[in-house]
Design a binder for this molecule. Sequence first.
Ligand code: ZN
Length: 284
Amino acid sequence: MTWFKREAGELDTSGEKKVRTEGLWVKCEGCRQIVWKKDLEDNFNVCPKCEKHFRVDARTRLAQLLDGEYTTDDMSLASTDPLHFTDLKPYAGRLKKAQAETELKDAIINARGKLNGRDVYVCAMEYSFIGGSMGAVVGEAITRHIERATKDRVPLIIVSASGGARMMEGVVSLMQLARISAALASMDAAGVPYISVLTDPTTGGVTASFAMLGDLNIAEPGALIGFAGPRVIEQTIRQKLPEGFQRSEFLLEHGMLDAVVHRKELKGYIARALEFMTKEAIRS
Ligand SMILES: [Zn+2]
């Protein structure tokens, strides 16, 4: 006789049996308070208590910036894993996982839509896809959108959220810096406006190329923006770095950015800037 009987699979804690309370509340890293997720989402994913700007994915970003509907381009571009690279895991496997989780082929969405009634083209980077890193696909997608914007004479906005060049693609990823910068130079020569929006984090090869090449470089408050990480710099120059180093406000103060704009005001700010820029373009 058995006193206790356990059905097969009774202890399976995966999936459905989990209590679904997580996800309703979020702990804010800025003020350490518990915030109701709905409040956060209603507030542009900015903490209602301390104004900390949470990271948002590319789709949310596009929804926040554009007036409703938009079309996408280049969404079928996918990496071929040119080096057949393996670190702790094969790169091919990392790609597959990221693709399944984000339902994107790579770390970018190219969109065409309207911003306060004006045509704009937007490249929105997806940080949750291998740290928003830039490999051949991100490079190709951004280059295509720049060329498209130049040809159609439509202002371009690139929203960066990236750890930099994608190391699993080695020199192929580094080549994207030159490629995108060259396309931006042609765009500049054609007199088509480009606004760069730097969000948390914008680092490495992305900062070293297109993120800092905007006609206007705008950052969100408190975003980490830099080339190398603070630890690497400290070890190289053997000096303690100042408070707030590599944050938006510090960079603005030191002339590296044109503005730091709250996410709530970002759309309106870009609209006003474009109004001004396109007027100037007509006059000249
Ligand atoms: Zn907070």
